[in-house]
Write a protein that binds this ligand. Structure first.
Ligand code: KG4
Ligand code: ZN
Length: 333
């Protein structure tokens, strides 16, 4: 039997999870409301709240899984990428916990873990598959050949998809994180109401900064004409912007599927919680005969269950690291 404690603290969620023989038995997530009015995560505030939350989150994860601290066989933690101060809290906790309890340590790449969240559920994708990983800091198309054999074949050259949602929300006067709110208002709006440009970027890479600028000018000009424009049109603006972000993402996935001749398509990361993206992916799958994999909501945004499952697969490979490990804000794979 293998019992893995997973720790995640790369951004603004402190999370701990227990995985027993590949099955997730707890996944405790302590979010941070402190960033709401700033339009984005304030790194210094995030690390302070991680420090307050990490010990209670681990206690709760152990208690919900109905195990004892001494039953744990290894500690997996997010080494990066992420905010350095935030990563430092999780890494230091994991190292101290492992040292004090004589346990092996397992480093996990946060972006790989988002993809490996697909291996929590019974219905798992078969290798090779293409994964669109869309989060607050990253937008990647990843060719996944095996658990830890992954290649980034396309990525954003500027803003991430989650950032496009969050920055749009800020322009519309909505609090952080804006993605879930745009999703909510878009459900009541008309996606054809306004047209935003699709960036002309070749290959499988993405660009969202031009879209952000066009939304900025659009909002500025409409407010000049009518100061109540946003009050009157919020749902339609949200639906139109969301539709453009999703079409940018899916057009590149269609291209990747043709280029690599792969029809097993997955999505991962915080933006994969978007209800319209999930529906649009199913619609595209029906048209193009794709076999699609979409994680449960709780495994889309940051969580330690994905770290614990990634840790479990590394544990099976005896892939451990020493105590001299340090977090890396820009960890690659
Ligand atoms: O993966 P994640 O929790 O953290 C990072 O690793 O960055 O992703 C957070 C991002 C934020 O930009 C948030 O606005 C976005 O995911 N997000 C959404 C939705 N839920 C979260 N974006 C669109 N629609 C949603 N329902
Ligand atoms: Zn993430």
């Amino acid at each position: 039997m293998a019992i893995i404690l997973g720790i995640e603290s790369s951004c603004d969620d402190t999370s701990a999870s227990i995985c027993i023989d590949g099955k997730i038995c707890s996944n405790i997530i302590a979010g941070q409301l402190v960033h709401q009015n700033y339009g984005g995560v304030i790194p210094e505030l995030a690390s302070r709240v991680h420090q307050q939350n990490i010990i209670p989150a681990v206690h709760e994860a152990i208690s919900v899984a109905k195990i004892h601290k001494n039953d744990i066989d290894a500690v997996a933690f997010t080494r990066g990428p992420g905010l350095l101060g935030s990563l430092l809290v999780g890494t230091s906790f994991a190292k101290a916990f492992a040292l004090a309890n004589g346990l092996p340590l397992i480093e996990v790449n946060h972006m790989q873990a988002h993809i490996l969240a697909h291996f929590i559920e019974e219905n798992k994708p078969e290798f090779p598959f293409l994964c669109l990983t869309v989060s607050g800091g990253h937008t990647q198309i990843v060719l996944v050949r095996d658990y830890f054999d992954m290649e980034i074949v396309g990525q954003t050259t500027d803003d991430a998809a989650g950032e496009a949602f969050d920055k749009t929300a800020k322009l519309l006067g909505l609090p952080y994180p804006g993605g879930p709110l745009i999703d909510k208002y878009a459900k009541l709006g008309n996606k054809e109401a306004f047209k935003f440009p699709e960036p002309q970027i070749s290959g499988l890479d993405f660009s969202f900064s031009g879209l952000k600028t066009s939304i900025m000018y659009f909002v500025r000009d409409r407010l000049k004409e009518n100061p109540d424009f946003l009050k009157e049109n919020l749902n339609d603006v949200c639906a139109s912007v969301q539709d453009r972000i999703i079409s940018i993402l899916l057009n590149k996935m269609k291209k990747a599927s043709v280029q690599y001749q792969i029809k097993t398509i997955a999505i991962a990361g915080g933006v994969s919680a978007n209800s319209r993206l999930r529906a649009a992916l199913h619609e595209t799958a029906d048209l193009l005969n794709w076999d699609v994999y979409i994680p449960k909501f709780e495994y889309c945004t940051d969580n330690a269950a994905m770290i614990a499952i990634a840790g479990y697969h590394k544990y099976l490979n005896n892939d451990f690291i020493g105590q001299d490990i340090a977090p890396l804000a820009r960890l690659k794979f």
